[in-house]
Design a protein around this ligand. Structure first.
Ligand code: GLN
Length: 190
């Protein structure tokens, strides 16, 4: 169990992740600058706008140090824009990224007509009860490496994956009261 979970608080839905962690009684703190990272044993990267978060990570000198921490084994969970930032390949984009997740992502994969939706998703790693998944201008993973475990999919495309210490979902569990994905992430060893 992590001692203190950081939530990257540069842009996006970081407050909702803080609330989800508080609900679980977990020590958490917002991470806004490089020094904040020293105090955390795990990190959540929220949804928002991946190009903006990526730019702010570079401006704050945090992108490379964060990548090093993750490569050294720090547990990290990215939801939506957070997932995009974790991916090695982003279709049709040169935007900044951490590139630690061996996968290719397509941004805004559900198209303009389906800007956002909520669906019941089977995610066996969390138990038999499906998870209520909120998708907002969400990405999908169009391919994943052999070392990546697919935890949930829609129309045959991965929307939740794990690669060792890296967890990523296309959807936003922090916008529901179902804490199981956060609880699952907290089982990742530090
Ligand atoms: N479409 C956004 C992006 O590409 C992600 C949306 C979200 O995080 N809800 O960064």
């Amino acid at each position: 169990m992590a001692r203190c979970v950081g939530v990257l608080a540069l842009q996006g839905a970081f407050r909702e992740h803080m609330t989800a962690l508080a609900r679980l009684g977990v020590a958490a703190r917002e991470v806004r600058k490089l020094q904040d990272m020293d105090a955390v044993d795990a990190l959540i990267i929220p949804g928002g706008e991946s190009t903006t978060i990526g730019k702010l990570l570079i401006d704050g000198g945090m992108l490379d140090p964060l990548r090093k921490r993750i490569t050294a084994g720090m547990p990290v969970y990215g939801s939506c824009a957070g997932l995009i930032l974790l991916c090695r390949n982003i279709e049709d984009s040169e935007q900044p990224r951490l590139g630690v997740l061996d996968a290719t992502v397509r941004r805004n994969a559900f198209g303009r007509q389906v800007d956002s939706f909520e669906t019941e998703l089977s995610m066996p790693v969390l138990g038999v009860e499906p998870v209520s998944a909120v998708f907002i201008r969400a990405p999908v993973l169009t391919s994943v490496g052999d070392n990546v475990t697919v935890l949930a999919q829609i129309n045959g495309q991965a929307v939740a994956v794990r690669q060792d210490n890296v967890l990523a979902t296309s959807f936003h569990p922090e916008l529901t009261t179902d804490s199981r994905i956060h609880s699952y992430f907290l089982t990742f060893t530090v």
